[in-house]
Ligand binder design. Structure first.
Ligand SMILES: C[S@@+](CC[C@H](N)C(=O)[O-])C[C@H]1O[C@@H](n2cnc3c(N)ncnc32)[C@H](O)[C@@H]1O
Length: 276
């Protein structure tokens, strides 16, 4: 049967029926096992989930930006969906792995790699080089404060026992190394203000984060970050819970206290308002 896209639809290439399926406030994450290169990075997201976001928020051939691109998952999703992609990453070792993963992906597909760019450096300064209103969709997952630096985390201990890196690396501009939570949020807010500048009016930005525990306290990171970004002019349009039902369960706290296994992320969806 012929797919018919509503002629009023300027956002994506989905039929109205396909679009409807994407409006649920929860999605079940689809995350196949990570390849050896991807496994090196301690905090990646799934290309499948990002492909779904890209198809919802862009049309074929449009440009997607990820200011914290890590080992390039967003750029691989761009190749698979026929979008142009720009990724920024501070750490040279993750840029190198992203290049290798993209090359391997291109061997497996006919997509040209010319439409994909990796910019190595601090997101704040690299974003300043991009033109205003040149991007159609921003999708990213920023550092979760200093959470990877915490000692005694079960996931980190497991990775260390397999000789895998447990943090992003030592660079003074690493946002994941900032001690003070409010200072960290402010710095991140400045980067998202730049993302808003380069985004075209009426287009969307998806920020994927999870809440976390630190010491005795539970941090509503998704809410704190949403406030920070809204203060910079973006409008929060919704939050999708991304359910990660296949993660390992750890017996935190048992049999003394309630300590949750956090098995979902929040996808914060913002829209850039029209300029007056
Ligand atoms: C949550 S990870 C993103 C992983 C990515 N989604 C993937 O699947 O590979 C956040 C990334 O932000 C990077 N980062 C930290 N501070 C940065 C900065 N100031 N500018 C650019 N990247 C930064 C870290 O090195 C890390 O790779």
């Amino acid at each position: 049967m012929k797919r018919s896209v509503d002629e009023r639809n300027r956002l994506n290439d989905l039929t109205n029926k396909e679009w409807l399926q994407q409006t649920k406030s929860f999605w079940i994450s689809k995350a196949p096992p990570r390849d050896e290169l991807k496994l090196q990075h301690p905090a990646t997201f799934s290309e499948h989930d990002i492909e779904r976001l890209i198809r919802l928020f862009t049309r074929s051939g449009q440009t997607v930006l990820d200011p914290f691109v890590g080992v390039g998952s967003t750029l691989i999703a761009c190749l698979r969906t026929g979008r142009r992609g720009i990724g920024i990453e501070l750490m040279p070792q993750w840029c190198e792995l992203a290049e290798q993963r993209l090359a391997a992906e291109c061997d497996n597909s006919s997509s040209p790699q010319d439409d994909i760019q990796i910019l190595q450096g601090d997101a704040g300064s690299k974003l300043a080089d991009l033109d205003s209103e040149s991007i159609d969709f921003v999708v990213t997952s920023p550092p979760y404060w200093r959470i990877l630096e915490k000692n005694g985390q079960k996931v980190a201990a497991e990775r260390a026992s397999r000789d895998l890196p447990t943090n992003y690396g030592d660079e003074i501009q690493n946002l994941g190394g900032i001690e003070d939570y409010d200072l960290f949020l402010g710095k991140l807010g400045e980067i998202f203000a730049e993302c808003a500048r380069v985004l075209r009016a009426k287009q969307y930005m998806a920020v994927i984060v999870s809440d976390f525990r630190h010491g005795p306290q539970y941090y509503l990171y998704h809410a704190d970050l949403a406030n920070e970004i809204q203060q910079r002019g973006m409008v929060l349009k919704g939050v999708i819970a991304l359910l990660q039902d296949s993660k390992n369960l750890y017996a935190y706290g048992i049999p003394y206290a309630f300590v949750p296994n956090i098995h979902h992320q929040q996808i914060l969806i913002f829209q850039k308002p029209e300029s007056d």
